[in-house]
Write a protein that binds this ligand. Structure first.
Ligand SMILES: Cc1ncc(COP(=O)(O)O)c(C=O)c1O
Length: 391
């Protein structure tokens, strides 16, 4: 049988297209910002991860342009060999300081960071304990690590994790992996409890803070800082594609861990390094974060304002305290209809369908930006109210 024959039975996306409810690949005609143009129409963006509003900031753009002029458009190789720029080293030094760790290393995307970190730090004998709502890249990473034992614990359920830690046995090397702020629900990891368990069972702890950075902690330095547990979290990972307004990712940890990973991480060694424009934009965004901590405050104020407006309008939301506010729409078809109507009425949100959520628990994931105005939020709430009342 021809391999490609089997793809013909995949009709999910085409069926959605035929029904007019296909929600994916909507192209922006303008920069990623609080208001964008989609299908020629001005649209309030409630679906981006540009939490601090720096992707279209003149200073991050100028830094990227300057880096292209100085270093060119690409690195033409891995950090390991010809692809290291002084710019990468400067960025890594400032990231390490920002996260309160000895050292940091950068990867070309956030996805690749997770592959690279987990592959380097674990082996066949390691048991990797994963919150079952962790990001997909973390699960993919366990495959690259050839980890025979991946133990998925119930989301934020510390009893379940503890039972699994006990079962793994004392002599087994253990790595606990959690998102800092969970991407779909916006929940915060129970870091104090995770730290207590890691100590009790002699495990190591990695936090993927793709969403926590820019939202929580000193100057937005993330979940570990938020709980005052920077020294207890062994590995902090983040991406540059959200608050840091670019593309790339990093890990921050003790010097010996970074030294080992720099010489043993396949996604780091066998892939080209971050292009100059992206490295420079991330570095500039990091510096702006440190200089303008009010951005983090503005982000949380806007999210809290939105949460209050949605509750007052009786829109069913997942309660929380971060800048990710999911709205329950439950059934898949209704979710797609509402997402489409919202877009037609000038509000972009991300529909979340199974398998990302259980059947019957579909969501519209909304997320906020420090530079959203109250007026934009009020207009978005009015539209959400109208569309929900009709559907
Ligand atoms: C929690 C989490 N980790 C990792 C990633 C991957 O980052 P990137 O998209 O920058 O590759 C994402 C992005 O969606 C994420 O939400």
């Amino acid at each position: 049988m021809d391999l490609f024959e089997s793809y013909k039975s995949y009709t999910f996306a085409r069926d959605l297209m035929d029904s007019g409810l296909y929600p994916y690949f909507n192209a922006l005609e303008t920069a990623q910002d609080t208001e964008v143009v989609i299908n020629g129409q001005s649209t309030i963006m409630l679906g981006s991860n540009n939490y601090l509003g720096l992707t279209n900031d003149p200073r991050t753009k100028a830094a990227a342009i300057k880096a292209v002029e100085q270093f060119g458009t690409g690195c033409s190789g891995s950090r390991f060999l010809n692809g290291t720029l002084t710019l990468h080293q400067e960025l890594e030094k400032e990231l390490a300081e920002f996260f309160g760790k000895d050292a940091a290393m950068t990867f070309s995307t956030g996805y690749q960071s997770n592959l690279g970190i987990i592959q380097a730090l674990s082996n066949r004998h390691t048991v990797i304990f994963m919150d079952n709502e962790n990001h997909a890249s973390l699960f993919d990473a366990t495959r690259l690590a050839f980890a025979k034992n991946v133990s998925k614990f119930e989301h934020n359920n510390m009893e379940d994790l503890e039972e699994r830690l006990v079962r793994a046995g004392e002599d087994t090397p253990k790595l606990i992996v959690t998102d800092g702020v969970f991407s779909m629900s916006g929940d915060i990891a129970k870091l104090p409890e995770l730290v207590a368990l890691k100590k009790k069972y002699n495990a190591r702890l990695m936090v993927d803070d793709a969403h926590g950075v820019g939202m929580l902690g000193k100057n937005g330095s993330g979940t570990a800082s938020h709980f005052g547990l920077t020294d207890e979290v062994d590995v902090i990972m983040t991406t540059f594609s959200k608050s840091l307004a670019s593309l790339g990712g990093c890990m921050a940890a003790n010097e010996d861990v970074i030294h080992y990973a720099m010489h043993n991480s396949r996604p780091f060694i066998f892939s080209a390094s971050i292009p100059p424009a992206n490295a420079a934009a991330a570095l500039e965004a990091l510096r702006i974060m440190k200089r303008e901590p009010e951005r983090v405050t503005n982000l949380m104020n806007i999210a809290n304002y939105m949460r209050k407006q949605l509750l007052e309008a009786n829109i069913p939301i997942v309660e929380g305290e971060t800048a990710v506010i999911p709205i329950y729409t439950y059934e898949a078809e209704r979710t797609l209809i509402i997402a489409k109507r919202l877009l037609e009425n000038g509000v972009y949100v991300n529909p979340v369908l199974p398998p990302a959520v259980p059947d019957g628990m579909c969501l519209l994931r909304t997320s906020y930006t420090a530079t959203h105005t109250r007026d934009q939020i009020d207009r978005a709430v009015a539209t959400i109210k109208k569309v929900f009342s009709e559907n």
